[in-house]
Design a protein around this ligand. Structure first.
Ligand SMILES: *[C@@H]1O[C@H](CO)[C@@H](O)[C@H](O)[C@H]1NC(C)=O
Ligand SMILES: *[C@@H]1O[C@H](CO)[C@@H](O)[C@H](O)[C@H]1NC(C)=O
Ligand SMILES: *[C@@H]1O[C@H](CO)[C@@H](O)[C@H](O)[C@H]1NC(C)=O
Ligand SMILES: *[C@@H]1O[C@H](CO)[C@@H](O)[C@H](O)[C@H]1NC(C)=O
Ligand SMILES: *[C@@H]1O[C@H](CO)[C@@H](O)[C@H](O)[C@H]1NC(C)=O
Ligand SMILES: *[C@@H]1O[C@H](CO)[C@@H](O)[C@H](O)[C@H]1NC(C)=O
Ligand SMILES: *[C@@H]1O[C@H](CO)[C@@H](O)[C@H](O)[C@H]1NC(C)=O
Ligand SMILES: *[C@@H]1O[C@H](CO)[C@@H](O)[C@H](O)[C@H]1NC(C)=O
Ligand SMILES: *[C@@H]1O[C@H](CO)[C@@H](O)[C@H](O)[C@H]1NC(C)=O
Ligand SMILES: *[C@@H]1O[C@H](CO)[C@@H](O)[C@H](O)[C@H]1NC(C)=O
Ligand SMILES: *[C@@H]1O[C@H](CO)[C@@H](O)[C@H](O)[C@H]1NC(C)=O
Ligand SMILES: *[C@@H]1O[C@H](CO)[C@@H](O)[C@H](O)[C@H]1NC(C)=O
Length: 799
């Protein structure tokens, strides 16, 4: 209401003023020109065309402005060729064009619509200013679309009016260019253009370099401008995006007829949407860009991500698997130097690489992408995976869960991560190490899909890692450290390869587990181990320092533990005497704590599945550390998992339900722990007993002696004569509780730790598993007992 009243007042005042001394026309014809001081108005008088001088300039320009706001010039004809006095004339020239002439000059026009008019000079053309603000040159003899010979909407200057479109339209490239300055409407350094390559987007250039971009059209909106068409609650604005072989255009729509709004660019490199506020008789900015630091094109350089939600000085982060190009000036230049692949990072070409999902982003500049509009997301992932040069992919159309395929091959430039839900998901190719590290969270949550990435969590302002990440070792440094894997450095042979001692250039001692090349499951188990152990920190777990992956070799680098493994001492007559009862008890407790941590205390619930003496390493103080997580599994709360294809583990330590039926749970580890406990006390291997001779195995023997209360027969002779009988027999009882046949009867690991720590009453153990009834051949047949072996084995089809 106010608006209309104000408008009418202004209009009346203006009309009154104009009628005093100037003419007010609605057309220019061959017989009717416009001279400086005259005006051409649109039919409903919203727009006015006339001569004006911007700011402090004395030059005269022909422009179009709003009738109610002459400061809002929306178009300029002779922007680069001003009239130096007030003798300019806008007229239909002899060739039928609209031309700007200088009265006293007979030279060429200062400006002309410059189209070919046929028939030439039949005085049939005329000019009209439409109510949309479009100035049109029409051939009056042609009463249809092709009668429009020229229109200012095809030649915009710095302002986009409602219903105007920019882009590529039947061979024409329509774009905006800024003024030089407030006093000079000449063609300035900034332009707003449609970039048709890859997936089309709108780019604001400043001095020919990219300054800001909208992001590509994702089916709903510009990827980088999620709210442009939903700025007001009543949905006043919209965008009509057309992309076909004839045109790639964006038409800006103002849906609410009571709203007057324009989009303008200026010479400083700013794009603004302004709206007229009748009450205040002024224009207000309702949206502008760039505003956030992250809006600046390429703010964080190649392979960098800008985060809209962090403080200014820590805007930038690197993609997973990438590190700052120059860590020295990362902070100095606020991350703008960009990122490169991490030093020593494994190859990402058919080397176990996967994709890491980066949610809610303005995807990298898509002007060099490959676009396959018909691919599904699954096919898109495959397409990218199969080409080693492909570094990322994303859906081209986010509607209906995503379809179409954008794949990136070069530098990933200008990626911004939004706070939430605004952008779209980007999938980054990442090496095996990155994906297994990021994978932990994912596995723990039992989700499928690629891994989420939160760069803020993973990288700090100076580009260093916030959490203890694994180090990448290059093959060369490992070769030097291990003397080319010399035999003299070999520490042992594990299930999946050999272990070597090494000394790094800085003197640090390491143990290198080198996966055997021929191990079929090598990479999977390798990943599992890295995934698990990199997240685990406990004094009774061996510490993983890093890894080394290349196409040939897969290696894990551990802290070096000088005192070898428990079996080295335990099962050797001469060395077993080095372990007195106190040390053995500390080892028993240490292992229990380590297993408990895996089962309960760590963020994940992990079943080790291969607890045995050779997997217990000893540090310089004989503190035990559990190693070899190649078989470990992460499971949900109190879950029992079944693996019917493969039973992997070590016989002698394997619980019956696992060995026979492939069912494993934390109670399988408890069983293995019980066997180990009894081995530590007895100094004998459970597996040293031969089935063929049908003698009971270690557990069977201990069970028999326990029932006959012959504790001394059980205990390792090298512990004699002095050991605390009560404590030792209590430990035997705990061991027997752990190896009971039925998993439900066995204590949990926390109960074990509790029983070891406090002198509480213990329950009586039931019959353990795997007892051979050698004394009575007529009793029930023994359960099937697998061949006995002290190495980790893999058995196919256990059922
Ligand atoms: C103004 O421009 C016209 C033609 O463009 C030229 O003939 C004339 O000399 C100029 N006048 C001045 C004062 O520069
Ligand atoms: C051109 O200028 C002369 C004198 O300066 C004036 O008489 C004449 O009317 C002008 N012509 C037009 C078309 O304005
Ligand atoms: C008109 O167009 C022709 C050909 O494109 C060009 O050479 C000429 O300079 C233009 N004239 C004006 C006044 O813009
Ligand atoms: C065009 O209009 C001019 C001025 O009104 C007139 O002198 C001329 O004869 C006309 N030409 C034709 C071909 O109608
Ligand atoms: C010029 O226009 C007139 C009508 O205004 C028409 O009768 C005549 O045929 C036209 N001449 C040409 C050469 O098209
Ligand atoms: C003038 O016409 C335009 C286009 O039809 C319309 O959007 C606008 O509301 C009209 N203005 C007035 C004051 O009638
Ligand atoms: C427009 O009109 C002209 C002549 O009146 C005719 O030749 C042309 O085919 C028409 N074009 C369309 C698109 O109708
Ligand atoms: C995409 O699919 C549509 C419909 O099946 C088909 O017409 C079009 O040719 C396909 N485009 C490409 C590039 O394969
Ligand atoms: C991988 O993609 C790039 C870019 O599209 C292409 O040039 C190259 O030939 C592709 N390589 C293979 C092996 O397909
Ligand atoms: C390791 O092997 C490489 C090449 O096989 C050889 O050049 C180098 O001298 C060897 N280093 C040692 C310490 O044996
Ligand atoms: C364990 O290692 C430390 C340091 O290497 C050594 O001093 C100690 O004698 C070792 N203990 C045994 C029992 O070998
Ligand atoms: C089993 O352990 C014994 C004692 O450490 C060892 O001599 C034997 O070689 C091992 N068997 C295998 C198959 O590794």
């Amino acid at each position: 209401m106010h608006f209309a009243k104000d408008f009418l007042n202004t209009l009346l005042q203006l009309l009154l003023l104009l009628q005093l001394c100037h003419s007010l026309d609605t057309t220019i014809t061959s017989s009717k020109s416009i001279k400086d001081g005259d005006f051409l108005v649109s039919e409903n008088q919203t727009f006015v065309l006339g001569f004006f001088s911007p700011g402090t300039s004395s030059n005269r320009y022909v422009g179009i402005w709003y009738e109610f706001s002459e400061d809002m010039v929306v178009w300029v004809a002779n922007r680069d060729n001003p009239v130096n006095d007030t003798s300019g004339i806008l007229t239909i020239s002899a060739d039928g064009n609209l031309a700007l002439l200088h009265n006293s000059s007979r030279g060429p026009p200062l400006w002309s619509t410059n189209v070919s008019v046929s028939p030439v000079s039949n005085n049939s053309t005329m000019v009209q200013l439409l109510d949309s603000g479009n100035l049109v040159l029409v051939n009056q003899l042609v009463n249809n679309q092709s009668g429009v010979l020229w229109q200012s909407f095809d030649h915009p200057t710095h302002v986009l009016l409602a219903n105007m479109k920019i882009g590529l339209d039947h061979g024409k490239n329509i774009f905006l260019t800024s003024w030089n300055s407030k006093n000079d409407p000449g063609t300035g350094v900034c332009s707003l253009k449609t970039e048709p390559n890859g997936s089309p987007q709108i780019i604001l250039y400043k001095s020919r370099t990219k300054w800001w971009r909208s992001g590509q059209w994702n089916g709903l909106h510009w990827n980088g401008l999620p709210n442009i068409n939903r700025q007001s609650n009543n949905h006043a604005f919209d965008i009509a995006f057309v992309n076909n072989k004839d045109e790639v255009t964006t038409k800006w729509l103002v849906l609410d007829p009571s709203v007057i709004s324009v989009i303008a660019i200026d010479g400083s490199g700013s794009i603004q949407q302004l709206a007229w506020q009748g009450q205040r008789q002024g224009w207000v900015t309702i949206w502008s860009a760039p505003t956030d630091v992250c809006d600046k094109y390429g703010r964080c350089g190649p392979f960098g991500i800008c985060n809209t939600y962090t403080a200014n000085w820590e805007k930038c982060a690197c993609f997973p698997g990438y590190e700052p190009n120059s860590p020295e000036d990362w902070k100095l230049r606020e991350g703008s130097g960009g990122c490169k692949r991490q030093k020593g990072a494994p190859s990402m070409c058919k080397n176990g690489e996967e994709f890491v999902k980066i949610p809610n982003v303005k995807v990298p500049d898509p002007s060099t992408i490959k676009l396959d509009i018909n691919l599904t997301m699954a096919a898109c992932e495959q397409k990218c995976l199969s080409n080693c040069s492909c570094l990322a992919y994303a859906s081209a159309d986010v509607r209906n869960g995503g379809s179409g395929c954008m794949t990136w091959y070069g530098d990933l430039m200008d990626t911004t991560q939004f706070t939430q839900g605004q952008g779209q998901d980007l999938y980054i190719r990442a090496d095996a190490i990155v994906t297994v590290q990021k994978g932990v969270k994912e596995v723990a949550c039992q989700k499928g899909d690629a891994v989420d990435f939160d760069p803020y969590r993973d990288t700090t302002q100076d580009g260093s890692k916030t959490h203890k990440d694994l180090e990448y070792f290059d093959l060369k440094s490992i070769l030097v450290a291990t003397d080319n894997f010399s035999a003299s450095n070999k520490l042992g042979e594990g299930g999946f390869g050999s272990v070597y001692k090494g000394i790094l250039a800085d003197g640090e001692e390491i143990a290198v587990k080198r996966l055997s090349k021929h191990s079929g499951q090598g990479l999977e188990q390798f990943k599992t181990e890295v995934k698990l152990i990199s997240k685990l920190q406990h004094r009774n777990l061996v510490r993983l320092l890093g890894c080394c992956i290349n196409s040939e070799e897969k290696m894990l680098i551990y802290e070096y533990l000088p005192n070898k493994s428990l079996d080295f001492f335990l099962f050797d007559r001469s060395r077993s005497s080095l372990l007195d009862w106190k040390e053995r008890f500390d080892i028993i407790i240490g292992i229990a704590r380590g297993v408990l941590y895996l089962h309960q205390d760590s963020r994940l619930k992990i079943i080790h599945r291969d607890i045995k003496a050779s997997n217990i390493l000893l540090d310089s103080t004989m503190n035990p550390k559990i190693s070899d997580f190649g078989l470990a599994k992460i499971i949900g709360e109190d879950q029992i998992q079944t693996n019917t294809n493969r039973v992997i583990g070590t016989y002698g330590y394997m619980s019956p339900e696992y060995a026979m039926e492939g069912r494993y749970s934390t109670k399988s580890d408890v069983f293995s722990y019980g066997v180990l406990l009894l081995e530590i006390i007895s100094g004998k291997r459970n597996s040293d007993y031969d089935i063929e001779r049908r003698t009971p195995n270690l557990i069977g023997q201990i069970w028999e002696m326990w029932r006959e209360r012959q504790t001394s027969g059980i205990v390792d002779p090298s512990l004699s004569p002095s050991y605390p009988v009560h404590e030792v027999s209590r430990c035997i009882q705990i061991g027997l509780l752990c190896v009971q046949e039925y998993a439900t009867d066995r204590p949990t690991m926390s109960e074990v730790v509790c029983m070891l720590g406090k002198d509480t009453p213990l329950t009586s153990p039931k019959k353990p598993a795997f007892i051979l009834q050698s004394s009575n051949p007529n009793s029930e047949a023994p359960r099937r007992v697998p061949s006995i072996n002290n190495v980790t084995i893999t058995m196919l089809e256990a059922r």
